[in-house]
Design a protein around this ligand. Structure first.
Ligand code: FES
Length: 107
């Protein structure tokens, strides 16, 4: 029997993730977007799957992030596309809040 151990990475202070907004961070060599929605934090890759635009420069409304380049949209909870022209999902990552910090599982 094998045991999978989740490797959590300390990404940010919870207070550094603004409510109803998005920030971009370099974490473990990756460009990650963190979204504050309804007291929760969600994490996805920060680069749009349609072109080379950073989603942290986009507009967050509810659980949807709008890409700043062609206004495609994704659901930040699971990275799924919700509006053309995006068709490929974003990679999303598990998040936990513990000790006032935001932890991500990037593997
Ligand atoms: S680059 Fe994001 S919608 Fe085109």
């Amino acid at each position: 029997m094998t045991t999978m151990t989740t490797h959590w990475i300390d990404a940010a202070a919870h207070g550094d993730v603004p409510e109803d907004d998005v920030i971009g961070l370099a974490i473990a060599g990756r460009d990650i977007a963190l979204y504050g929605v309804g007291g929760e934090v969600f994490a996805t890759d920060n680069i749009c799957t349609h072109g080379h635009a950073r989603l942290c420069d986009g507009f967050l409304e509810g659980h949807e992030i709008e890409c700043p380049l062609h206004q495609g949209k994704f659901d930040v909870r699971n990275g799924m596309p919700t509006c053309a022209p995006v068709t490929e999902p974003l990679r999303s990552y598990p998040v936990k809040i513990e000790g006032g910090r935001v932890w991500l599982a990037l593997d």
